[in-house]
Each structure stands twice: as structure tokens, then as C-alpha cells.
Ligand binder design. Structure first.
Ligand code: GLC
Length: 585
């Protein structure tokens, strides 16, 4: 059952996250105060608004512009084949008709309608699957909602639990809340709205392994094919949610989904105008699809029930993009190539490879195809394993080239430069773990765990390990990462390396020296942020390492290790890739 549901999940690939609740009515402002650059749905905790005051938002909540039909049709047109709607967020207000308490949209507002029921009907009409977000641990409206205490304020110094209305932690009984409210409401959600595609839990603070298991068994007992995301806690999931706005950088063996914002908030904020462009969104969708990862892109509807104009414009741009380029995203699997290609992003659908141009170039070269292209939508020439595409007639963002074959196309498994570039990721490497002996030179990444922005606790591994496509705990000088490369001829290559800070909103600290050995040459270099990268969510940096010469065509081994770490926190940085770029002579 779950296997079939996971297949369906992959086929649907792109979903619409919808954060809508009382916080939308405040739009980031409350009685003259603003939440600044904080996320909108955290308004109550950020400003420590007492429950009796926060509840007054319900008195005037009357989103008469809400049309489930409109929302779901727009999602479908924009290529989003499932939705995930916030039935209850951390504020505890039910955006559906709950029998548990009157603190719900039907009994507690002048609006009096059940948006979840209306969305469920619209989903059936448009063949969009219904997913439900439910905050199973944090519930600020309840005296017993999760409260991990002062010691673990979230990353921005905001309390996780409600310690403004209910300061006495010793009287909090999380198990009582969990049993009496969370399990009860999850049962409601799974018994009143028809088939639920997935349940999206969040921030599993205070949740014990037994509680995660009990919740999972309840979900699967009521709807055996309903998928569960990893933020249920304690690994009781069917698939993994990445961190907020985190991308999967290489394929993984299990199913993954990346939740992303359109601006810098989930719930509506009247003054957040930092909208991502259609080009950025399409690029992220394709970069995720290339790694077989779903994208759950958020919209934060306004208090009147309509989408912000910028959201509508983005959805319209996606609609147009799918119409112009056809559908190379849904029901696809990731790239067949063993490495990232510099000029295109790839997906495969059966015997077709889709190549989406990263930049509009008149001609594009792809190496390593072992099968003959039977047909393509652009003129092409194929000689041995080199394919030359004439893309001069393609325009717009990430236009699609379709390459059709008579059977599933094979590609060369070796890591060979593509258009003079070779991107080496940990998944394609042989990683020799540390020998056991601590040299005391490299610092340590282990020994502590971090509570991430989504409330999940991540322990730093003690041994090198690939997680979410990144390599962690590669700080020991005995940990050697080796790739077997294949060069088509002699040439000089520039080396660069991409690394990432260990958590959401954490700074990239540098303070790490690497050694690269290839073809008898050795380079030692301290990592620097030479090429500015995006630091908004998970800070990454691109460091230039130097040049190497490849003497002749044929196989070469390249190895990489850390020689020392000098800054506190440097050992915890994640390795994403090493890149070789040919230097034109
Ligand atoms: C975070 C936030 C939450 C938001 C979620 C989306 O965990 O706490 O407000 O709903 O991310 O992924």
C-alpha cells in the first residue's frame, strides 16, 4: 500500500503547501508591533500574545473571497498535483470543523464554513490529491502543548512552547494533550474528508518514540495508504521532509520532499515583498526533480481568502511554462547521468530524456550517451558518445529538449568532464572512514546535537556519512574521499569546492584546510568564501582551490581530505561538491 502511495507521490512530484490560519488576519502586525523579518504564522509566539487576545482575531475572520475551486484549479494549472493544507498550525486554531473545541473556523468565526471540506471536494474535481498539515506537538492554545523549555528557544530566540500564558512547566502534561487532542483531531481528519494523500506533521518537540509510533499506527490503521512525513519524529515516517527551503543536492535512496517559500514567510505577511522569480522557482523544481525529489511550494493566502497578486502572477507563469515546454517533470525519475551537467538539468521519463537548458545557448554538447537518439525536438548531430544540439530556436526560462530512444538509454558510468566541467559529489565517491585513532588536529563535529528550525533534533554523526546528498563528519584527516575520473585528453583544470553551514540560519565559518591529490599533484588550501553564495536559509560558500594539470587521456584518481580545522564549528560544515573546470588554453 505504502509502496504504491510512494510511487504516486513521485509521479505527482510538485505540490502546493498552503499556510492559512488566524495569523493571516494579522499579516505580521499586532497592535502597532511588527514581527519584522520573522515568519508570519509564528506571530503569536514572536510577540508573546496571550491566548485571550489572539483569539479575538477569530471574531472578525470572514474570508468571503475564499474559493476552494479557485485555489485547487490554480494549483493544478501550475503543475501542482497535490496540496497540503494547514488544518491546525502551532497556534492551535482548527481550520476545519473540529468537535474537539469551539476554537475552530466553523464554530468560532463569522465565516462559519469548513475550508478543508471545500478543498477536499475541489481536489476530487481536479484530480489533485489532498494532504493535511497538522502541528501534533506545538499547540500554544493548550496548557499542555509541547514546551521543551527555556534551554531550547528556537533559532531566533523565540519560545517553542507557550510560556507566556502557561509559564509553569512543571504542571505541563504533554502526554495528556497528545492523547486527548492530537490523536483525537488526527482521527477526525482521517475519517471526515475522504482519502488523505499524506499527513504533514511538524516540529516534533517533546514527542517520544512511543508517541510517534502510536500516531503512525493510528494514521495507517485508518488510512493504510496515507503517507507520513519525517517531522512526525523518531523516524516513524514513510518519506523525508528536508529542512525549510533546503534543497536535495544529490539522489537519495528514499523519497524526499523540499518545502519552500515563495517569499520569506509561510503564513501571509502584508510587508514581505521578497518574492522569488518564476525563473528561480522553475530552476529549483528542476534541480529537485533531477535528484528525484518532490517540491512543496508554499502559498500564504490573504485574510480575505484570496492569493496575493504576486502569488497569482507566479502561478500563472508556471502554468505558461508547463504549456510551452510540455511536461517533463511529473512521472519522471531523476537524471540518468552520474554527475550534474553544466548546461542542462535532466529528468527521464521511460525512454525519453528531458534536458532543460540552464542558459539559453545556441549549441549544447552532452557527452556520455551510449544509445542512439531516435528523435529530438531540436536538430542534432551524434558522434560516438558526443551529442551536439542546435538550441538556437529555444527561448524562455529552462526550455526543454526531449531526446527519445528506442529503449531505456544507457549512459557512461565513468565520471567524465561534460563541456569541460566535472562536478564530484560524495554519492559518487568511495569514502574511507577514519581509522579510529584521534589525531587531535582536526577538531570535532560530534558530541552535540542541534535542534533545527523545524524542531527536529539532528545529532552530528561521528563517522563520515552522506545525508541529504551532503557529506557530514569528514573533518578527520584520516577520512579520505576518492573519485575515479576519466579524462578525454590533456588539459588544465581549476578546482573549486562547495560547502554548507551545518544548519538553517547558521553562519558559514570557514576555518578549514583541504588537501587534494590528483595525478601526482597535491594542493593544500584553506576554504574561503570566494564566490558569494545565497546565505538566506542554509549558507553555502564556493571556495577556489587552485589548478591541476591532467597529462593525458584516461583514468585518474582524485582524492580529498581535511588537513585541519581552525575555527570553532568548522568541523561541522557539510561537503556538497568539488568541481573541475577546464581552463581554455
Ligand atoms: C517550520 C515552522 C512552521 C512552518 C514549517 C514549514 O517548521 O515552524 O511555521 O509551518 O516550517 O515547513
Amino acid at each position: 500500500m505504502i509502496q504504491a502511495a510512494l510511487e504516486e507521490f513521485r509521479r505527482r512530484r510538485f505540490g502546493m503547501f498552503i499556510h492559512w490560519g488566524l495569523y493571516a488576519a494579522a499579516g505580521g502586525h499586532w497592535r502597532g508591533q511588527s514581527i519584522g523579518d520573522y515568519i508570519g504564522e509564528w506571530l503569536q509566539a514572536r510577540l508573546r500574545i496571550p491566548n485571550r487576545d489572539y483569539a479575538t482575531l477569530a471574531d472578525s475572520f470572514n474570508p468571503t473571497g475564499f474559493s476552494a475551486d479557485d485555489w485547487v484549479r490554480k494549483a493544478r494549472d501550475a503543475g501542482m498535483h497535490y496540496i497540503v493544507f494547514t488544518a491546525k498550525h502551532h497556534d492551535g486554531f482548527a481550520m476545519y470543523h473540529s468537535a474537539y473545541s469551539a476554537f475552530n473556523i466553523v464554530d468560532g468565526t463569522p465565516f462559519g464554513r469548513d475550508p478543508l471540506a471545500e478543498l477536499a471536494a475541489a481536489c476530487r474535481k481536479y484530480d489533485v490529491k489532498l494532504g493535511i498539515y497538522y502541528s501534533h506537538a506545538l499547540d500554544w492554545s493548550e496548557p499542555n502543548g509541547a514546551d521543551p523549555g527555556d534551554s531550547s528557544k528556537n533559532l531566533h530566540g523565540v519560545s517553542w512552547g507557550n510560556d507566556w500564558d502557561f509559564p509553569d512547566r512543571s504542571r505541563k502534561d504533554f502526554a495528556a494533550y497528545f492523547r486527548q487532542k492530537a490523536l483525537f483531531q488526527v482521527r477526525e481528519l482521517l475519517t471526515r474528508y475522504g482519502d488523505v494523500f499524506l499527513l504533514w506533521f511538524d516540529c516534533p518537540l517533546c514527542v517520544t518514540p512511543e508517541q510517534s509510533r502510536e500516531l503512525r499506527d493510528l494514521v495507517h490503521g485508518l488510512q493504510p495508504s496515507c503517507l507520513i512525513n519525517s517531522r512526525i519524529g523518531n523516524q516513524c515516517c514513510d518519506y523525508y521532509s528536508l529542512g525549510d527551503n533546503q534543497l536535495l543536492v544529490a539522489k537519495e535512496k528514499t523519497a524526499f520532499e523540499s518545502p519552500g517559500t515563495l517569499n520569506d514567510t509561510w503564513g501571509y505577511k502584508s510587508d514581505d515583498h521578497n518574492w522569488k522569480t518564476p525563473r528561480t522557482i522553475i530552476g529549483q523544481l528542476l534541480a529537485l526533480a533531477e535528484n528525484d525529489c518532490n517540491y512543496l511550494l508554499n502559498v500564504g493566502p490573504k485574510p480575505d481568502g484570496t492569493f496575493p497578486a504576486a502569488t497569482d502572477a507566479l502561478l500563472a507563469a508556471l502554468h505558461q511554462w508547463f504549456q510551452e515546454n510540455g511536461d517533463g517533470v511529473h512521472d519522471s525519475c531523476g537524471t540518468p547521468f552520474p554527475q550534474e551537467l553544466p548546461s542542462v538539468l535532466c529528468t527521464r521519463q521511460g525512454t525519453t530524456i528531458n534536458c532543460f537548458l540552464r542558459q539559453n545557448a545556441a549549441s549544447v554538447r552532452i557527452s556520455g550517451l551510449l544509445a542512439k537518439v531516435r528523435q529530438a525536438n531540436v536538430p542534432f548531430v551524434q558522434e560516438d558518445d558526443e551529442l551536439h544540439l542546435d538550441c538556437s530556436q529555444l527561448h524562455g526560462d529552462y526550455p526543454r529538449v526531449t531526446l527519445q530512444f528506442t529503449e531505456t538509454p544507457r549512459v557512461r558510468p565513468e565520471l567524465i568532464p561534460q563541456d569541460g566541467t566535472l562536478t564530484l559529489k560524495p554519492a559518487a565517491a568511495q569514502i574511507c572512514q577514519h581509522s579510529g585513532e584521534e589525531r587531535g588536529r582536526a577538531g570535532t563535529a560530534a558530541g552535540h546535537s542541534v535542534v533545527d528550525v523545524d524542531g527536529t533534533t539532528r545529532a552530528q554523526p561521528t563517522q563520515a556519512r552522506i545525508e541529504r546528498g551532503r557529506l557530514l563528519a569528514w573533518h578527520d584527516p584520516d577520512c579520505v574521499i576518492r573519485w575515479q575520473l576519466h579524462f578525454p585528453g590533456a588539459g588544465r583544470y581549476a578546482l573549486s569546492c562547495r560547502t554548507e553551514a551545518p544548519g538553517h540560519s547558521a553562519p558559514w565559518v570557514g576555518g578549514r584546510e583541504l588537501e587534494i591529490s590528483v595525478g601526482g599533484q597535491r594542493i593544500r588550501k584553506e576554504l574561503q568564501a570566494d564566490v558569494a553564495a545565497d546565505t538566506r536559509y542554509y549558507a553555502t560558500a564556493e571556495s577556489l582551490l587552485g589548478e591541476v594539470a591532467i597529462a593525458a587521456a584516461g583514468p585518474v584518481e582524485l582524492s580529498l581530505r581535511t588537513t585541519k580545522t581552525t575555527a570553532p564549528g568548522a568541523a561541522a560544515m557539510a561537503f556538497i561538491y568539488l568541481k573541475l573546470t577546464i581552463i581554455p588554453q
